[in-house]
Design a protein. Structure first.
Length: 350
């Protein structure tokens, strides 16, 4: 970790189009160098056009940044916040170039992912390195904040969202329901190289414990897989899970997209559109909990993560048995698993 003081915050995210004319250039940028059939890209483009060609992720990140700026000011932290994306404006090289122009030397990076995986952590670190190489020797250094899957601020925020959704589901005493936590599916070969599944299960357990629900009332399921059927990905899929619940006679389902921090396109399409339509077809009642978004406790959590890096006496808060995640990633952490040709990270990760 650099010895010089941190002088800025960099929010790092995926990016997404903000108009119909940006959808295809965005997807071409996401899939550049990957052997993905054109038919798949056009299918995903249709998902974006279903929402007017606008991904909400950039707007949601700007709302998060505005809330965090207020939180930092109120707590005496005079740190400017910058915003850089992997795949669309504002792109990381442009953001780092602006930071260099502003005299920023050493920033703390907040990644918009709570869980350790190649696409949620290591790839962002690779993106930052590539951006630094593009900008040149004077590019600012960026040290990432730790993954926050078991931070009290994250668990409390998710718990609040799920509690409100359970109230909306209107479960009668003795009535059966299932709580399904969802996360982005990843290739199984990638999952064995990271703690993605273990961290997800720990977060789910912590939320259920905080709500005083039965320990066996929940399931971890996945959504948004994009690889061919021949390649194993984490399962079960949320749609298959809803069908299974229906076959068991369970007619009420509460869905919490715990693997996502904002209501971006995958949440809106995979859950609010596809899963909701299937639930209606099956005559099931389904309520989807909100993501943490700009929940005040979540914004305070980000400030606490910053404080623990700049103030040595600040506690490293963590719940459960896994402890606080590392600040500096091991060299073999979250390897990609070398997905087979024809696969890609899902272009709807925005």
């Amino acid at each position: 970790m650099p010895e010089v003081p941190f002088d800025a915050i960099l929010v790092v995210s995926f990016g997404g189009p903000e108009g119909p004319d940006q959808v295809m250039p965005f997807l071409q940028n996401v899939l550049r160098g990957k052997n993905v059939p054109e038919a798949r890209m056009l299918e995903v483009a249709g998902h974006y056009q279903h929402f007017g060609g606008v991904s909400p992720i950039n707007a949601q990140n700007r709302e998060l940044i505005a809330a965090l700026e207020g939180e930092l000011r109120q707590n005496g932290l005079d740190l400017p916040i910058y915003f850089g994306n992997r795949n669309w404006d504002p792109l990381l090289p442009d953001t780092l170039r602006q930071m260099q122009h502003d005299g920023i030397k050493n920033a703390l990076g907040f990644f918009t992912s709570a869980f350790s995986s190649y696409s949620g952590c290591r790839q962002y670190r690779e993106n930052i390195l590539q951006a630094q190489q593009t900008v040149g020797a004077e590019a600012p250094q960026v040290s990432k904040l730790r993954m926050f899957f078991n931070h009290p601020g994250y668990i409390e925020s998710v718990t609040d969202r799920v509690t409100n959704a359970l109230r909306d589901l209107q479960v009668s005493p003795g009535e059966k329901f299932r709580l399904a936590f969802t996360a982005h599916s990843i290739p199984s070969a990638m999952a064995v190289n990271c703690r993605y599944e273990a961290q997800l299960r720990e977060s789910c357990r912590l939320v259920v414990d905080a709500m005083n629900l039965p320990a066996d009332c929940w399931d971890l399921v996945y959504q948004s897989r994009s690889g061919p059927a021949s390649q194993p990905w984490l399962e079960p899929d949320i749609l298959d899970h809803l069908k299974s619940l229906n076959e068991q006679g369970i007619k009420k389902a509460l869905i919490s997209p715990i693997g996502f921090i904002s209501d971006h396109l995958e949440v809106l399409y995979d859950l609010d559109t596809e899963a909701a339509a299937l639930s209606q077809e099956l005559d099931m009642s389904m309520v989807r909990a909100g993501t943490v978004g700009t929940h005040p406790r979540f914004i305070r959590m980000i400030r606490e993560l910053i404080e623990e890096r700049i103030r040595p006496d600040s506690p490293r808060l963590a719940l459960g048995s896994l402890g606080a995640s590392h600040d500096v990633c091991p060299v073999d952490c979250c390897l990609s698993g070398r997905p087979a040709a024809g696969t890609s990270q899902n272009p709807r990760s925005s």
